[in-house]
Every structure is written in structure tokens, then in C-alpha cells.
Design a protein around this ligand. Structure first.
Ligand code: OAD
Ligand code: ZN
Length: 253
């Protein structure tokens, strides 16, 4: 059986789904990915002559906030005026159609929640959620164009930063705990969409899926670290593949 009909058929007997997403799910919104063709990390060093992992590190933010902010601004500029696409929308629709659906995303663009999904674990945070590095000031800012770099806290004057995980920083404890709790409960089917899967907590659910005999599906036009491990590989763009799966599923029920 072709892969798309196979997945839509399997979904008929599923009650719970975990979607694990990466930069590739936002590619159809016009955002660049981190790795691969046209990716943000394609050129090894930044124009400041340092690796992007050094510029976007927690340590650099303390040492020289203007450097980190320059690259944070670059990421924000890519999201500006962009919005969620069909892939994010379909996942939000599926959340309402199935018993228990969760999204584990590495993306900081906030598109899953913007599209209406509620059970979203933004494991790397959200770029638009700004917070003071000293006091408890917080604000959601959708457009960074009015900010002076590095931006200062209106309450205490210290540097403010987006609530994202920079290189060398810990994952947010509460989000990691939610992820652990949900993965422990298990899911009937797991989707990896648009991620190279470089982090252990992104690959981790595969172990659980294998152990419990759940189905694993990857949607990615390219091969990744996960491709050889999943049960079903769909070499297509996220929006196109999900559109077909969702349409065929709805015709079957
Ligand atoms: P990557 O840039 O590593 O991978 C993007 C993946 O999306 C690639 O495998 C592409 O083949 C795939 N892709 C491209 N277009 C696609 C489309 N239309 N549909 C489906 N897939 C598509 O992005 P991530 O795996 O998300 O972390 O990277 C993980 C983390 O690395 C990021 O969250 C970021 C970075 O370091 C932090 O900033 C902490
Ligand atoms: Zn402050």
C-alpha cells in the first residue's frame, strides 16, 4: 500500500498522536531552516567571524548582548509578516478530532499556537516572549523593529531577552516535565515532521514508540538521522503530505 493511504488507514484506529516538529514545518511559511540548503547555519561562521553557535549562546548574551541580539533579530526578521501554514492548521484540527494530541516543537516562531493548537510544548521557547534578565518584567512583542539593541527593561534598566533556549543553556524544566509525563503515557502514533533530529530529546520518543509497538512516521523531503529508524517515511513537504493524509482520513471515517 502506498504510504499516505497506509497512514490515513492507521489513523482510523488511533486515539493519541504526538507530532514532533522542527524548522521544516515552517518552511512553507517562508522561514529558512537551520541546516540544509539555504539554512541559517549554512555558512560556518557569522559575519563577525564567530560560529553561529557562539553568537547565539547564553554565555555571549551575558558577555556581549549586542552580538547575540544581532542574530536574534535576524531570526525574528525572518518570522516578521510570516504566519502559520496548512501543516500547522491541520495539526490543530487533528487535536480537536482525536482523543489526545500533543505537539513537541523545536520552533520558536509560535506558529502552532497561532494556528489554534493548545497542547504544544515549545521546548526551545518562544522568540516573541521577552523577559528581563534581572527582574520579573515580561511582555509579548510580535515585531522587534522598534527595539533599540540591546533592548533594556523598562522597569529596572537591565538587558531583556527572548524566552528561548540559547546554545549551552538548559531546557525549561516545566516543559521538559510535561514532555516526560506525556511520553510516559505513550501515543498510538508518532510523527516527525521537518526536523533533522539532532537532539536526544527529539529522538527519544522513538525508543518509547519501538518499546510499545506504536507506529512512527517521518514527513521530510530529505533523509535525516531518523529516516532509517521510522516505520513509514513520506518524502514530501509537510503541508502537502498532511493535507493528503487528513483528506483521506476524513473520507474514510
Ligand atoms: P533543521 O534546519 O536542522 O532541519 C530542518 C529539516 O526540515 C531538514 O531535515 C529539511 O529537510 C526539512 N524540510 C525542509 N523543508 C521542509 C518542508 N517543506 N516540509 C518538511 N520538511 C522540510 O531544523 P531543526 O531540526 O528544527 O535550536 O533544528 C533543531 C534546532 O537546531 C533548532 O530548534 C535550533 C537549532 O539549533 C535552537 O535554537 C536551540
Ligand atoms: Zn527588569
Amino acid at each position: 500500500m502506498e504510504n499516505i493511504p497506509k497512514v490515513s488507514e492507521l489513523l482510523k484506529s488511533c486515539r493519541s498522536i504526538l507530532f514532533i516538529t522542527g524548522a521544516g514545518i515552517s518552511a512553507e511559511s517562508g522561514l529558512p531552516t537551520y541546516r540544509g540548503i539555504g539554512g541559517l547555519y549554512e555558512s560556518q561562521d557569522t559575519e563577525d567571524g564567530i560560529p553561529v553557535e557562539t553568537a547565539l549562546a547564553g554565555e555571549m548574551l551575558y558577555k556581549d548582548p549586542s552580538v547575540t541580539w544581532k542574530y536574534l533579530l535576524q531570526i525574528e526578521r525572518n518570522c516578521r509578516n510570516a504566519t502559520f501554514n496548512r501543516a500547522h492548521q491541520i495539526i490543530a484540527e487533528m487535536e480537536r478530532a482525536f482523543n489526545r494530541v500533543w505537539v513537541l516543537t523545536q520552533n520558536v516562531d509560535g506558529f502552532h499556537t497561532d494556528a489554534g493548537a493548545e497542547h504544544v510544548i515549545e521546548i526551545h521557547g518562544n522568540l516573541h516572549h521577552l523577559k528581563c534578565m534581572k527582574c520579573y518584567w515580561r511582555k509579548t512583542v510580535k515585531d522587534f523593529s522598534g527595539l533599540t539593541i540591546p533592548p533594556k527593561c523598562p522597569k529596572c534598566g537591565f538587558i531583556i531577552r527572548p524566552d528561548v533556549v540559547l546554545f549551552g543553556e538548559m531546557l525549561p524544566f516545566d516543559k521538559y516535565q510535561t514532555l516526560t509525563d506525556q511520553v510516559e503515557k505513550g501515543f498510538d502514533i508518532y510523527f516527525w515532521i521537518g526536523t533533522t533530529g539532532v537532539f536526544p530529546y527529539i529522538q527519544g520518543p522513538l525508543v518509547d514508540a519501538k518499546h510499545s509497538g506504536s507506529t512512527t512516521v517521518e514527513i521530510n523531503p530529505d533523509d535525516t538521522l531518523l529516516s532509517g529508524e521510522v516505520d513509514i517515511k513520506i518524502p514530501m513537504k509537510a503541508g502537502e503530505a498532511l493535507e493528503r493524509i487528513w483528506k483521506e482520513y476524513k473520507e474514510k471515517i
